[in-house]
Design a binder for this molecule. Sequence first.
Ligand SMILES: Nc1ncnc2c1ncn2[C@@H]1O[C@H](COP(=O)(O)OP(=O)(O)OP(=O)(O)O)[C@@H](O)[C@H]1O
Length: 928
Amino acid sequence: MAEKLGGSSSWALPVEILEMVLAQLPLPALLTVHSTVCQYWSGVIMNPAFIPWKKIYHRLKLAPESFSSAFLLSPSRAEEKVQAKDIVKELCVQHHITSLEDCLISIIRLMGKSHGIPYESKATIGVLKSHPLYELAVAALDFHKQDLIPESRNVWHIVSMIVVLAKDMWQVDALLQLLLSPGSVFTPRDITEAFYCMSTLFLHCTREYELPTRYHYIVNYALYLYENRWTLTPADDPGRLKKSHSGQQSMQKFMNYKPKVQHTHEQMRIINHNIKADDIVKIVAFAGTGKTTTLLQMCKQRPHQRFLLVVYNKSVEEHCSKSFPHNVKVKTAHAMAFANVGRRFASIRRLDGNLSSSKISDFLGKKEGAGNRLRRAALVKNTIEIFLNSRDDFLTLQHVPVKDKDQIDIEDDYRLNILLPDAEEVWKEMKKCSPTQKIAMSQDGQLKLWQLSKPRIQGYDVIMIDEGQDMNTAMFDIFLRQDCAKVIVGDPHQQIYSFRGAVNALQMIPATHTFYLTQSFRFGPEISYIANCTLESLKNVQKQTLVGGRKQDCVYVNSKSSPVTSSGRTLSTAYLARMNITIYKLSIYMCVQEKYSGMSMSFAGGLAKYGFDAVLDIYKLWQVQQGKGTAESLGIKNKLIAKFNSVNGLKKFADNIDDHDLSNKIRMFEYSGSKTPYHLQLLDRRCCADPARSDVVFSTIHKAKGLEFDWVIMLDDLVPVNLPYRNRRHPQDAGDEYNLMYVAITRAKLWLTINSAVLYTLTVAKEKFEVITGRHEVCPKHKCIQCGKEDIASSKSPLVTKVITVPIGNHEERFRGGYLCEMCTTFDMYVPPMTMGHEFDICRLLKDTSRLCRRTLLTGKKEFENMSENAHMSLGWHQYHGHTQEDSDNDSDFPDDIDFEDPALLEAEEAQMEQEVVPRGDIVIQID
Ligand SMILES: Nc1ncnc2c1ncn2[C@@H]1O[C@H](COP(=O)(O)OP(=O)(O)OP(=O)(O)O)[C@@H](O)[C@H]1O
């Protein structure tokens, strides 16, 4: 085949046709797949004059420092090797794209110059006219004709102006479709090159001048969808086509064959990868990107190879066992460890779930000079856990923590002479495998013992590990030791168990091949934009962009909207929180509210998983404390709680051994007090529906991992580090905190209501919660939301800025929107008023961002350039908050409790809000 397509063969396609076809494919596929077909194809693909913008875009994104051909500057410089970012920079300097203020207008000018044909093709203009932003774009170009864009207008001026004015990805996508429609005079190659040019310039301006990321994001998304319109998807049954008729009929059958899922180019590269025995393949897959589907297809295509798929938990094992073909065995790591090690302990009833500090404390007993027993037991437990999650053969001093739970240094002497020998003694006891052993073997312990036996897993050609980000080092060691081919798949940003010893094996693995899955099929462009901002702003993910599918989704939704689908079904709504206590309070509040009485409610994973029995036991302990009975007479079930005489004693104990779970239960009891039995009965009675079918699901983010919901409402207790709400108590958990935010966002399928932490994150991505819209939308009753001026409609510019109203969390805080007058549009520090809460922190962040990029576009003027901060203040932007800088510095810890109990105030505000909310994304919902 390759030979036949070669240049010397009569089968060779003419260059123009081949270029036309290849130009429509994603660059990674061209470079890794199509350029290997034959020398002729490779020559076409590698020619610097072929798709130069697409190439420079990928270079700039993936490796700005790498050398590239300089063709973009001029054909005579085609062979010059300069850094990708310098090529773009030089070009931008030539075209005055040198500041935030100039960039949008200058990009439009550059587009007109570089891509324009010197006449307006009637046919193409005719095609563009049906775009909803056409009129506004033309009016804006006319407005700037005198001054900023004096050149005679061409199609590309209009196209780029539409992109700059686009409110969402759909408007860019619609533009792309129109340009590609039969009436257009441009080839698909011209069009994609022009869009890659804009994408490159937006990306450059985002990196150099802090242009909001949204411009680059929506163009990149539309291009991704375009390039993935078609792929050659493998047949579900590989033998099927061959068995059917020969010749023409076979071709017909091939053409008519419609696969159940059309795989993306990214998926196809993985599916078609020729796995060899010494390969270690790493697949970095963002949330909902079809990794299971991809692995499944990979196995189906290789019916003669034997696969072992190692999954994270039992329910995934059951699910995958049903869907994967017969050549795949699905197991959990713990089940394999159980079969080899744990079974022996289980047979003598000496296998337990987790290590317990109180059992360790009883076992170790008192010791002279060993300090507080509980603190010592907690540190010993910690030491053993670190060892169990390592690949080391022996317990050593490096497994002993250097700080205690309060971040106080532990003396080396104490670590060496007390903690290390204690840990060795406990580990020895755990390993005994005797009916009399005092400390049972734990789940992680059995895995460790299995790893220490250096096992060889026989009988498979390929071992695949799912959720690689949550694998601990012991399992990682077992995996790497195996002789066969290995595939590890996971999402490094969904690692939320580092406190349990997960090591993010995905980052550590010495992969021979790395693939990415970046398109999520769970949501559309609005939710994916928020998720991508989180990755970019908090985790500095720059090289891959998370995109969604062709799905209408919506963020900034008011939780009063009570959405229903076109089929009349209420959307399944999940309230997700960081902490159990937040979920507890909200669920009780909603259970007593009349308006939720018709809704079925549940807790993700079932009520039993939330340990409310212990809360009832703590209530009973409180009764014991008041002399109303004994632990026995009141029926306290939890053996640990039954040992105490007072709730205070239990609280001190939980604090000493750093038992978060127990502390949480005590906080729940403290919230409910004497109403604890009533509240628990209420939850029992109201929250008993099947989570898969209930209207409302309550969940912590940890328990929601792996699940998805139509609508996610993020409650306001996330604590992103380095943002104004700092987690001072556990600064080391920064990564997990960011990942939790990302996990919560990516559970949503259709609607997402963000919380303050996400709001802050978006401001870091320079998201200003604004859209540019036509002045004709403004009516006389609209006042400027900043200065209160009434005549917004009278400005000369056809454009006006609209600030989006952002509902936050469970409606206790909001970011109010409306229109800005021309004068206020030019301020780079306008802060939308919020109804309650943390205005000053938001002020501080928004002040760092800038409206400058839109100033020139909106007003056509530059004279505001040097306006001093005093001038801004005298014009009143400070009126919306009363804090000083000092206040804000003292004010950055997140409040522990959220008051859900002021419904009257909230109701009144919501009624008003409902009129005002402008959701970002499309509110129309269609579900089959
Ligand atoms: N190429 C595709 N086109 C359309 N839908 C797809 C494609 N690939 C996968 N999907 C769909 O996306 C959904 C999620 O797929 P899958 O369960 O394989 O993803 P996952 O990455 O394993 O999800 P999770 O993040 O929940 O583990 C499924 O409904 C699947 O059918």
